[in-house]
Design a protein. Structure first.
Length: 134
């Protein structure tokens, strides 16, 4: 069974053959062959908007995204990589990540600062409690 070639997929949204949409802000279907990276360069306000209204990166997150890790972030990265190598995992599960965090010595000693809308019960434990991970 043969497949028909869809010529319109290579045309722009306005029917021309430039391959580029005429107006900015359009949603680009990746199947159309148009590369969104070739569209106009997004401004900083566009990038901030993508995170959601009123959400800006913290200095902690900004530094990590720009490759400037602090000791804690670097230690976590090394521990995750060691876990992946030791266990032959390319993509650790969230349970694996929690295991690494517990083995690094982190314990739940303070009430959560996150609003989880009562979807999970909060608790605390002693700082010197066992990791519970074997």
């Amino acid at each position: 069974m043969g497949y028909a070639t869809n010529v319109t997929a290579k045309q722009g949204h306005n029917g021309d053959d430039s391959g580029m949409p005429k107006s900015t802000g359009e949603i680009v279907d990746r199947r159309s062959g148009i590369d969104r990276r070739n569209l106009s360069t997004p401004s900083q306000s566009d990038l901030d908007r993508r995170r959601g209204p009123g959400r800006r990166r913290t200095d902690f997150l900004r530094a990590a995204e720009e490759g400037e890790m602090n000791r804690e972030q670097f230690m976590f990265l090394v521990a995750i990589n060691a876990f992946k190598e030791a266990n032959g995992r390319t993509f650790p599960t969230w349970t694996d990540v929690l295991e690494v965090v517990r083995k690094l010595g982190y314990r739940k000693t303070l009430p959560s600062e996150l609003n989880l809308n009562n979807k999970a019960e909060d608790w605390t434990e002693a700082a010197d409690s066992d990791s519970g991970v074997n």
